[in-house]
Ligand binder design. Sequence first.
Ligand code: AHG
Ligand code: MN
Ligand code: MN
Length: 349
Amino acid sequence: MEKGQGETPLITIAQHILQEQRRFPGATGEFSFLLSGITLAAKQIQAKVRRAGLTDILGDQDSANVHGEVQQKLDLYSNEVLLRALSFRESVGILASEENEHPAIMPHKSPVAKYAVVFDPLDGSSNIDVNVSVGTTFSILRRPEGADFDDPARWVLQPGRRQMAAGYVVYGSSTVMVYTVGNGVHGFTLDPAVGAFVLSHENIKMPDQGKYYSVNEAYRDNFPDEYITFLNELRSGELNHPYASRYIGSMVADFHRTLLRGGVFMYPPTRDFAQGKLRLLYEANPIAMLAEQAGGSATDGRQRILDIQPEDIHQRTPLIVGSRVEMQRFAELLVPASPDTGQGMAFPP
Ligand code: AHG
Ligand code: MN
Ligand code: MN
């Protein structure tokens, strides 16, 4: 009998969130209403992604985002969908997106708004036109004490350890939503026949060690020394067995594999980009929270990702995230930061 039928109880994401919410005394249901906005948007985005080749939605938009990157039509569509799905929820006060330079202040300016949501509406844009997996990432933060609508940055410039919840959706061979509220990591697969996300991966734990490393190796000559040493060790079998590589170029998809199969995903600093490419608030933070909840860890090469105090909504960070064994070895290779220069990493000559 197929999983999810017969004696196996069928649990939808909505039921699961309600169950999780019961753990919080005095919970009012606002939080589950908020998350239902994200699942609704995810269904709309996946429907568009699935029909991408049939409709006039592929390609560039003739515009660039705050990072100077060409925006794809699907980037903008996904952004609009998420903004629309979350703007009318009174519990949400501020929305910040990769595609918008400034955070959006919700017009209701409700005094009862408790949360800020930050997201990357479509991750892996370069893969859209070639039918390769893309994703959405999100991070939910509680409104800091005393923060008002005149200072939206205060709502979102919080270290990742304060995330209330985080997750992603991967639009792959199926559509899977993975989330955590700090009580383990759970995955739901969209049943397209009925339009519901059904629990398919309960309490995901990352294997202690994996078989793959995932990095854009074309930039290898520009990585700091310890990253090169680490990659050499993984390849040569010094860490119990020789590794193979997998790199999709969509962080969500690369991380989803790393979460389920173990191993390590990294986007290191390079000679030209000391902070790498990925963004702290809506890419690294949600991934780091999920990794830690699943028994793995995430660092920028200097400190735990979740301890970084953000200074800018769109700031970048190197990201190294993975299983216990790989992350421990990587930590041993890191050169401690010098108190004089603050430099912890050397680049090869
Ligand atoms: P986005 O599409 O949201 O701009 O993110 C793309 C990111 C990330 O998904 C991926 O890991 C990385 O870009 C790939 O970059 P490289 O092509 O430099 O490897
Ligand atoms: Mn992205
Ligand atoms: Mn994006």
